[in-house]
Design a binder for this molecule. Structure first.
Ligand code: URA
Length: 427
């Protein structure tokens, strides 16, 4: 690999020029080896945030991050593979019913997930509220479970895209998370290295999402779709609404319970709609078009896959889920129609109640979170329960209540125009 100099590479991007493939390969490799210092990579990340990268630069950057670690290969499995990645939202528990549903339809789901940071929850945190369930699997265990059960949700090992692990932690503390080239390459390096054959991206748009507006969400989605296809992964993206939180719960154990309701054939309509839409895309990406995921969900076969998936990782799917020690009910201030429920307000409240963490090493409370008893469009009566806040530590209520303030509107006699959940599809 040709050697470069960190200041030379930083200066190119500072001066709004294009980085060569050789400069990108060198800087990612040298940063992973510790030869490029954090302050130098911070300067480069900020130059990228301010001046951007073109599609060639982003593809080379992504390939260099993949090459920093191992690449998994599931091509010897007896069935095709498909995965889903969500850019993160409030009440977004879709992976929980989706992975067993797709497995029950005949496609294997190798889902390497993360823990939550900030106001969006992490899939592993939710699953860890199930007694006995463990997130850490070896590659051999993952492979065996994919063959036997068809679905695995587990923690990504340290071997996958280690350059991204370093860079993401650095971006988090240098105000450079928001750069689209860095978000796209971060997500796609991990998903391509994970070895899935097909990938569906759920790019969230709205107050509770990374991307607050549709144009930026479209740009992120099309960048990621191009990266995936360029690496031989069948990739599509759905742009979905995150102005309103999904379902009726945001937390850990309470989101598991809602997911189990969906697997039992019930659950909130929006969670069911998105689960089935993403399953349909994952199956199509894997070449399976003759199975209707809505029927499989109704048949109970997805529930069987869920129980097998949880048991295979030491969990007891029949065990009682943990509950919070304390609760506080917020009642409707007036009678009328709930015309707005802000995803960010709900996400922050759940986080402040202890469902999420402020620093990577913080624990989360399994029982904490927010339940909302109405969705936009529903009629509520003054004095009826609108939210139930849950936590083990009652001194958390005050700050959670403050984040809900101004986060919803109830209007008498208002008509509510429902908005679409799926806003666009990019392939
Ligand atoms: N998720 C990631 O994995 N990386 C980002 O940069 C943003 C969200």
């Amino acid at each position: 690999m040709a050697a470069h100099d960190a200041v030379e590479v930083i200066s190119v991007k500072r001066d709004k020029a294009e980085l060569s493939d050789s400069q990108i390969d060198w800087v990612i490799d040298a940063y992973t080896r510790g030869e490029v210092a954090d302050e130098q990579m911070s300067a480069l990340a900020m130059a990228i945030l301010l001046n951007g990268m073109n599609r060639r630069e982003i593809a080379t950057w992504t390939a260099a991050m993949i090459a920093s670690g191992e690449r998994m290969d599931f091509s010897s499995l007896s069935r095709p593979t498909a995965d889903k990645h969500s850019t993160g939202g409030v009440g977004d528990k879709i992976t929980l019913p989706l992975a067993p549903l797709v497995a029950a339809c005949g496609v294997a789901v190798p889902q390497l997930s993360g823990r939550g940071l900030g106001h969006t929850g992490g899939t592993l945190d939710k699953l860890e509220s199930i007694p006995g369930w463990r997130a850490a699997l070896s590659n051999d265990e993952m492979f065996a479970q994919l063959e036997s059960v068809g679905a695995v949700i587990c923690a990504a090992g340290d071997g996958l895209a280690p350059a991204d692990k370093l860079l993401y932690a650095l971006r988090d503390v240098t105000g450079t998370v928001e750069a689209i080239p860095l978000i796209a390459s971060s997500i796609m390096s991990k998903k391509i290295a994970e070895g899935t054959g097909a990938l569906v991206l759920d790019v969230k748009v709205g107050s509770g999402a990374f991307m607050k507006d549709l144009d930026r969400a479209r740009e992120l989605a099309s960048t990621m779709v191009e990266l995936g296809k360029g690496a031989g992964v069948q990739t599509v993206a759905l742009l979905t609404d995150m102005a309103t939180p999904l379902g009726l719960t945001a937390g850990n154990a309470i989101e598991v319970a809602e997911s189990v309701e969906v697997l039992a054939g019930g659950g909130p309509a929006d969670v069911v709609e998105l689960t089935v839409a993403l399953a349909t895309e994952m199956l199509a990406g894997a070449g399976v078009t003759d199975v209707d995921p809505a029927e499989v969900l109704a048949s109970g076969r997805a529930m069987d896959s869920w129980k097998s998936m949880i048991r295979a990782q030491g969990g007891d799917p029949e065990a009682e889920l943990p509950t919070a020690r304390e609760s506080h009910v917020v009642t409707a201030p007036a009678s009328g129609v709930l015309t707005r429920l802000d995803a960010m307000a709900v996400g922050l409240a759940a986080w402040r109640l202890g469902a999420g963490r402020a620093r990577k090493e913080d624990p989360v409370q399994a029982g904490a979170g927010v339940v909302w008893h109405a969705r936009p469009g529903d009629t509520v009566r003054e004095g009826e329960a609108l939210f139930t806040l849950l936590t083990d530590e009652p001194d958390r209520f005050e700050r959670a209540l403050a984040s809900l303030e101004g986060g919803y509107d109830v209007a008498d006699g208002a008509t509510y125009e429902s908005t679409a959940l799926i806003l666009d599809r990019i392939s």
